[in-house]
Design a protein around this ligand. Structure first.
Ligand code: ADP
Ligand code: MG
Length: 192
């Protein structure tokens, strides 16, 4: 499968955020979108996900998809976790196939044992981010789209998260936005 972004432009009022942006996202490839705050990274991901309409240009989904639409595992800019539920419950609820045992095993790849049965509201920012990453990686999807997934993670946890994401990516494309490319040298860098 391939996603072809063709001449995407988007403005908010007088501010042109994306100006004729083109990118072909190919199977088995990874991309990191970098750029200063406000350069349009989140807007671009939201357009790919169909959550935002471009003013002009098109997102073409091409090739064989397992689903009739783009089904992505997503880490949004905000965590969007159910704060009163535990990390395990947050992962179980997104996929019928996620048993408690599966959710525990997955979460323990990135989080300490004593954290995963606490309400998410009691976790640190970096821990919540890691729960969001695991949740995104634990649904069947055609690709992973991760908006600044490493916010609040120290270097060791970032490395663990990158290894985990790569394993879960399989042969699907991966699209990450990030402020820096530490550990993401395997990705093609696109600067906004
Ligand atoms: P980044 O993720 O690179 O920090 P964003 O895509 O969030 O950038 O935002 C790009 C620009 O578009 C910013 O100036 C932001 O204020 C503006 N913007 C984003 N979404 C909206 C919106 N819904 N309404 C108005 N302005 C927006
Ligand atoms: Mg953003």
């Amino acid at each position: 499968m391939t996603i072809d972004l063709e001449n995407i432009s988007k403005s908010y009022g007088a501010r042109k955020v994306l100006d004729n942006f083109n990118l072909e996202i190919a199977d088995d490839h990874s991309y990191v979108i970098t750029g200063p705050s406000g350069s349009g990274k989140t807007t671009l991901l939201r357009i790919i996900l169909g959550l935002e309409e471009p003013d002009s240009g098109k997102v073409h989904l091409m090739g064989d998809y397992k689903y009739a639409w783009l089904n992505a595992g997503v880490v949004f800019q905000e965590n969007r976790l159910c704060e009163n539920f535990t990390a395990v419950q947050n992962v179980v609820m997104v996929n019928k196939k996620n048993s408690v045992k599966v959710a525990e095993e997955e979460l323990l790849r990135l989080l300490p044992e004593d954290s995963i049965h606490k309400p998410v509201s009691e976790l640190s920012g970096g821990m919540k981010r890691r729960v969001s990453i695991v949740r995104a990686c634990c649904i069947p999807s055609d690709m992973l789209i991760l908006d600044e997934p490493f916010t609040g993670l120290d270097s060791d946890n970032r490395k663990l998260a990158i290894d985990y994401i790569r394993e879960k990516q399989g042969r699907n494309p991966l699209l990450i936005t990030a402020h820096d490319t530490e550990g993401l040298e395997f990705c093609r860098e696109i600067r906004l």
